[in-house]
Design a protein around this ligand. Sequence first.
Ligand code: SF4
Length: 473
Amino acid sequence: MQKRCCNISPQADKKEYCGLFGIYGHKDAAQLAYLGLYSLQHRGQESAGIVVSDEKEMRQFKGMGLVSDVFNDENLKSLKGHLAIGHVRYSTTGSTLLKNTQPFMVEYANDFLAVGHNGTLVNALPLRQELEKEGAIFQTTMDSEIIVHLVARSKKKKLQDRLIDALSRIKGAFSLVLITKDQVIGVRDPNGFRPLCLGQVDGSWVLSSETCALDLIQARYIREIEPGEVVFINKRGIHSVSPFPPARHAFCIFEYIYFARPDSNIFGHSVYLARKRLGERLFKEHPAAVDMIVPVPDSGTCAALGYAQSSGIPFEMGIIRNHYIGRTFILPSQHIRDFGVKVKLNPVKELLKGKRVAIIEDSIVRGTTSRARVKAIRDAGAKEVHMRISCPPLRHPCYYGIDFPTKEELIASQRTVDEIRDYIGLDSLGYLSLEGMLASMPLPKEEFCTCCFDGNYPVAVKHKPSRHSLEKG
Ligand code: SF4
């Protein structure tokens, strides 16, 4: 089955990569995985998949498109079993292929193994070349498949040892959910780039990228999977090991700024409250003499609330988002991208006419989307348009699971703040400082990866993946 949605996204510059869900020991495992993936849809809109097991057989169903496009009553009913993992994925345009959907399942040594991956392996290319030299035949272009080959080729006997053997060879960002015939496994890389948490519902264990999926299925949040932790969930209960040498934590700060849902807790803390604090700090650093504060919905809304409440300036929904346009596929042409901005976000003319407006946005990537948006606000009659950004300028690409453009395409790596202001067509532009962003976080600054802002890559990247060389999970 292959369905292909073709929608236009104003968020074309920031592509999220993947949401994970897992459940052990529930009679409705596939249905709960479906609901979990539904909550995690914002983390990947291009494909979705569920693998289940009843301890005898494993079954899978995957497809292109939104969770609601891929699954229906019939195929969910066919996914019989009390163990399940699920995955939603976003990929670059070069990999919109059914074969690259996850979870990725293989049969080996009289067992089955399926994996769902969120992140990017920075040593994927040399590992893949090495495995190919040894005769491995790859079915996909995903770096996640390397993990499965490494497990299958490990000389160790027990699955637990084989998996740890395989994981000790990979580097970079990897939160994983895995399933075998009789167990569900959760993994977080030693730096902890991507989130993964543990919950419980009806006595069953649940793994999820974000707590919003736990909320939907009425699961209780138990705790984060710790960086470097591997949890095995089976009929004997839950068993945790931390087999890797400790590494500096590098939680992706962009999860708090943009990626995660504001109703989620990430890395143990509220996304909504962190975003509001970013807005409060933004006001302190860059006040604006304006008549109203207008968020770019939805990702700028919480920061705009913080900014408005700190400043005492009225908060207005001066731009309305059309929620019925999906984010499944990005058309690459510039013309279409600008058109997409107008389709998705429409300024409220009666509100903006003759007014001085401060737009609160979570970030600027290429600048083209913001430029088109500002033009639309001016066309709607705004007298002055100011913009405040709830993070510092993005100057460096991410190699840990987010497909920011190349350095050359990032406007802040090429232009000064004043030049960006002029390019976008603003009366003023203010970015939150790195110190201000870190001070707004619920965890100490040493816990975070900030390398897309400051270029300090916490895990060395020797082989920079090209856009379409190896795909990310
Ligand atoms: S480079 Fe930026 S987007 Fe990537 S993991 Fe680090 S903070 Fe997150």
